[in-house]
Design a protein around this ligand. Structure first.
Ligand SMILES: [Zn+2]
Length: 348
């Protein structure tokens, strides 16, 4: 592809453009080499003896696809969440992810999301200790890189009991002034989850000053998106790509000013989007229907070539978005962050 005449692309490659990442999961933002290091440091037995085999075992790509459900059930939850559990792993991981995002991608605003109850060995490690380790990792990164701003989003789980999700909201409220900025709903649901049951809990979080985002419209249908909007009233939606097939829904999203956190390469790698053609259709439809969206990585280290700058380059190379549209997406990211201030000062 002829890239001449594009100052934006040159800027993309020269890393002069600061970026904002609003949708990245802790577990999937840990580089395989760091998993390897943490596993050996803690003495975990791994399914593969050699690093390259381990890397192949956990890494996805647009060529090596899997469904989200299969990856969650075979790698993400049983292996990666276990390796990234405990105070040592969590602090190292958060510190490395945030500082690396700045150094490697010039990401100056980053929101990292996770469910703290997935990182405490099923309750064997005290939850507050795990959360404090997360915040320590974040504070270390913010202290070292003063250009960087960061915040943590706590993910509730569609498969958890209401009681456990309530504990997560209470912890988010408790640590709000230390850097927990929002709540989210994540994981695939097994047929029992209803947004309707969570109205009170979401209101409690919102009243306490937390922002609301929720995964929906990635693999599940638009009925779930309507419920998310009507019962959780989020400021942003994780993915939301299925809305492209529902005109009334796009109109409602546009009216409410909800921003979709689109994660292109992740959607292709987990088969939520069939191919580049479908991705193009979705994003062009959003633009034509005035649906605001920003570009994110979702699983930046587990999917090969999926870090944020590469995602933007991919959209440009595939003729899905123009330079101006990529610049607009980046602007929307910075405008839509839940982080309340700059650097460490946001929480001091
Ligand atoms: Zn996600």
């Amino acid at each position: 592809m002829d890239k001449s005449g594009s100052t934006f692309t040159e800027d993309l490659q020269s890393f002069e453009f600061p970026l904002a990442e609003l949708h990245a999961h802790l577990t999937a933002a840990i580089h395989p080499a760091l998993y390897w290091k943490i596993a050996h440091n803690q003495g975990f037995k791994l399914p593969k003896q050699h690093y390259n085999d381990f890397y192949k075992h956990i890494a996805l790509s647009v060529e090596k696809k899997t469904t989200m459900k299969e990856y969650f059930d075979t790698v993400y939850h049983p292996l990666l969440n276990k390796l990234s559990s405990g105070t040592f792993a969590v602090e190292e991981a958060v510190y490395e992810i945030l500082s690396g995002a700045y150094r490697v991608n010039n990401i100056t605003v980053i929101e990292l999301r996770t469910n703290p109850m997935k990182h405490n060995f099923n309750g064997e490690v005290d939850l507050d200790n795990v959360i404090m380790a997360m915040l320590r990792g974040m504070e270390r990164a913010l202290l070292e890189y003063s250009e960087l701003s960061a915040g943590i989003i706590f993910c509730l789980d569609r498969q958890f009991t209401y009681k456990n999700n309530e504990i997560i909201v209470d912890k988010a409220i408790k640590y709000r002034k230390r850097g927990v900025v929002a709540i989210d709903f994540a994981n695939y649901d097994t047929g029992k989850f209803k947004f309707k049951d969570y109205v009170k809990l979401v209101d409690k979080a919102r009243d306490a000053g937390l922002k609301i985002t929720t995964h929906t419209g990635e693999t599940n249908d638009t009925n779930d998106m309507w419920d998310a909007i009507n019962y959780a009233n989020p400021l942003r939606i994780g993915h939301g790509i299925k809305a492209a097939y529902d005109k009334a829904l796009m109109k409602e999203i546009s009216k409410r000013g909800i921003v979709l956190e689109v994660c292109p390469i992740s959607n292709i790698s987990t088969t939520a989007v069939k191919d580049v053609e479908e991705l193009k259709f979705i994003l062009r439809t959003f633009i034509n229907n005035n649906v605001k969206f920003c570009i994110n990585s979702d699983w930046p280290a587990i999917i090969k070539e999926a870090h944020l700058r590469r995602q933007l380059q991919f959209l440009r190379d595939q003729n899905i978005l123009s330079d101006e549209e990529i610049a607009q997406c980046t602007k929307i990211s910075f405008e839509s962050t839940f982080i309340p201030g700059k650097g460490l000062a946001a929480y001091l």
